[in-house]
Design a binder for this molecule. Structure first.
Ligand code: NAP
Ligand code: GDD
Length: 338
């Protein structure tokens, strides 16, 4: 039985990856942070199936301990302060967790079990002010947030440990991926949750920042499969995982509202732009500049060519299906609660 250690198991990707590895017959260990009340987040349903180990990316002793307990053959480093907006408010914590934390974990592996295979959750945020369209493994990086900068360190230290110590360490440069389990502060889930509430008469308006931002959005379930595939290769390497399509936040809003039968008409420009429900003339979307970022990533569009060719990675969920699933899920959750 293969053993895997997942950091960030309570998050969106960690919970899907744990399910995938359990299905494949792995023994799964998950690193969790101690909280004042027991809370396994998205991994709540995995209690009893996964062995949880307390630890923190900023505490190298706890990572050595997690490696000792798990003796993992595969280590997936998904833990991060993952919200770009917060990285301006907590730049040092973001760097400690997302940058130095990666070295802490690589060192724990090197000390306890250097033969273990390692996956690093790199990100399209590293491309930031994009130098090429579409972005590929060879595109130069230009991060635009403390998060992107910290992740770039994590990316390079992974490559460096591969080259310095011959470790099987790979980075997945994943573009945005969402799901029914996405954190509520990320724009897609914020939209689908608000759309569900507005359609049920529980909320008046959805307030957003930059609706012109373009993202390459896929479903998290497809993306965790790419992570696993990377660690099954004979040689470690870096791969872009993306859909090859890009859409604006505005398009996401329109399609999400369409799921509940609301057609949006846009009026005004920039900070005065509003989205009106065509059926009753009510304003359901408006701009709140508080959600603008000090530096923005305007366009992300990835090329999945290498992942498709070398890993045989295939995406199952389309952009429209993703929105459908997320709106449906939020409607069900809200109906259950009220
Ligand atoms: P997420 O839902 O925010 O999950 C983050 C996880 O990291 C949570 O389990 C969180 O635990 C844990 N964590 C945070 N700080 C930690 C610390 N100091 N020590 C140990 N664990 C810590 O993120 P996600 O969307 O699943 O993303 C997974 C990874 O992929 C992240 O590294 C993210 O940066 C990266 N990524 C995500 C995307 C995307 O579009 N989703 C794209 C590219 C890369 P708590 O529950 O205790 O907070
Ligand atoms: N969160 C949020 N809230 N974003 C908004 C809003 C809003 O009200 N209004 C507009 N946006 C815009 C942001 O300015 C950004 O351009 C875009 O929507 C997407 O924002 P997020 O959903 O917060 O995601 P992200 O692209 O910044 O970061 C996510 O993807 C990265 C991969 O590219 C996160 O999952 C990162 O962890 C990940 O690395």
């Amino acid at each position: 039985m293969k053993k895997a250690l997942i950091t960030g198991i309570t998050g969106q990707d960690g919970s899907y990856l744990a399910e995938l590895l359990l299905e494949k017959g792995y023994q799964v260990f998950g690193l969790v942070r101690r909280k004042s009340s027991a809370d396994y987040g998205n991994a709540e349903h995995l209690v009893g199936k996964v062995k949880f180990i307390y630890g923190d990316m900023t505490d190298s002793i706890s990572l050595i301990n997690a490696m000792k307990i798990s003796q993992a053959d595969e280590v997936y480093n998904l833990a991060a302060q993952s919200f770009v907006g917060t990285s301006w408010e907590q730049p040092l914590a973001t760097a400690d967790i997302d940058a130095i934390g990666v070295t802490n974990l690589l060192e724990a592996i090197r000390i306890i079990k250097p033969s273990a295979r390692f996956y690093q959750a790199s990100t399209s945020e590293m491309f930031g002010l994009v130098q090429e369209i579409p972005q590929r493994e060879t595109t130069p990086f230009y991060p635009r947030s403390p998060y992107g900068v910290a992740k770039l360190y994590g990316h390079w230290i992974t490559k460096n440990y591969r080259e310095s110590y011959d470790m099987h360490a790979s980075s997945g440069i994943l573009f945005n991926h969402e799901s029914e389990r996405r954190g509520i502060e990320f724009v897609t889930r914020k939209i689908t949750n608000s759309v569900a509430k507005i359609s049920l008469g529980l909320q008046e308006k959805l307030e957003l920042g930059n609706m012109d931002a373009k993202r390459d959005w896929g479903h998290a379930k497809d993306y965790v499969n790419a992570m696993w595939l990377m660690l099954q290769q004979e040689k470690a390497d870096d791969y872009v995982v993306a859909t090859g399509e890009t859409h604006t936040v505005r398009e996401f809003v329109e399609l999400a509202f369409a799921e509940v039968g609301i057609e949006i008409e846009w009026q005004g420009k920039e900070e005065n732009e509003i989205g009106i429900n065509k059926l009753n003339g009510k304003t359901v979307v408006c701009i709140n500049p508080d959600f603008y970022r000090p530096a923005e990533v305007e366009l992300l569009l990835g090329s999945p060519e290498k992942a498709e060719k070398h890993l045989g990675w295939v995406r199952q969920v389309s952009f429209n299906e993703l929105i459908k699933l997320m709106v449906k899920n939020d409607l069900e959750l809200i109906r259950k609660r009220s």
